[in-house]
Design a protein around this ligand. Structure first.
Ligand code: PAF
Length: 291
């Protein structure tokens, strides 16, 4: 596995791959790799001849300096996992390598109104930071296919719009959320849960599943969301949002739509968990609508 730390080296690697006409699969990450990332890598291996992973904790997408400072950095272990996963190359740039002029005055890629909703409202500037770094990484790596996880569903929607609106040619592949046996979505942030919080955490997924069943059973969106929010609060969570949205613009819906999604962000102490569940309705607005 090639460990690439600077841009000229990365360009060399990309040229050699181009020379062999190999299809490049790309998995951008912020490191602290877990089973969810390994599934993204497997997906990339099925879709490409060679796979490159990036590890970069992007300061531009953190609005809270404490959150950035405590984001887990586990380079040595990550490299071992990537080697074992059969990745061809890993790109590990430093902050000055990617942002040589600092972050303050750089040109950013605006994530548009989609980037201001839900996670974007809770974390102002977050999706612009994501769109900017993903654009830079796509320009540097020039992947044929890039793989992202459905766990960050709004991020996926932002990146789809980024690729479509800026006429990028990269293909996007989305891997379903990986879960622990008890349903908790696998995330780097789970390591911050203490034993009691870890026991409570699967309630987030249970709330979404029950809400999806409630909608399928013909209950209104408003009643379903109120019930799920109340239940999560009783389980000890502070709910930032629990909503039902269309799957493209992430606008809140009060009636069932063909391609919808339940999304939640809820806090247990200082740990903020997000999760989502697609809710596809073959008969939009015929059930679950406000009557
Ligand atoms: O999902 C992530 O890990 C990050 O948001 C990404 C896509 C690597 C950009 O920094």
């Amino acid at each position: 596995m090639e460990v690439i730390r600077d841009i000229p080296e990365l360009r060399d690697w990309r040229e050699s791959v181009e020379f062999d006409a190999r299809r490049v699969g790309f998995v951008p990450t912020m490191g602290n790799l877990h089973a969810g990332h390994l599934a993204l890598i497997d997906h990339a291996k099925r879709r490409a001849d060679t796979v490159i992973v990036s590890i970069f904790v992007n300061p531009l997408q953190f609005e809270d300096p404490d959150d950035l400072a405590r984001y887990p950095r586990t380079e040595e272990r990550d490299l071992e996992l990537l080697e074992r996963a059969g990745v061809a190359a890993v790109f590990l740039p430093t902050e000055p390598e990617l942002y040589p002029h600092g972050q303050k005055d750089i040109v950013r890629v605006d994530a548009g109104p989609l980037g201001d909703r839900l996670e974007g409202a809770a974390r102002p500037g977050h999706f612009t930071g994501v769109a900017t770094v993903v654009t830079k990484l796509f320009n540097l790596v020039r992947p044929d296919v890039a793989v992202f996880g459905e766990k960050d569903a709004q991020q996926v929607a932002v990146i789809r719009r980024l690729v479509a609106d800026l006429d990028m040619t990269v293909e996007l592949a989305i891997e379903p959320t990986h879960r622990e046996p008890d349903g908790l979505a696998i995330s780097s942030r789970n390591r911050f849960l203490d034993a009691e919080q870890r026991r409570q955490a699967p309630a987030v997924h249970r709330a979404l599943k029950r809400a999806a069943e409630s909608l399928a059973g013909g209950h209104t969106v408003a009643a379903t969301l109120a019930g799920a929010r109340h239940w999560l609060t009783q389980q000890g969570f502070v709910v930032d949002y629990l909503v039902y949205c269309d799957d493209e613009r992430f606008e809140e819906q009060t009636r069932l739509v063909a391609h919808g999604r339940l999304l939640v962000a809820a806090r247990l102490g200082r740990v903020r968990l997000i999760d989502n569940l697609p809710v596809h309705s073959p008969h939009p607005a015929s059930v679950g609508s406000d009557r």
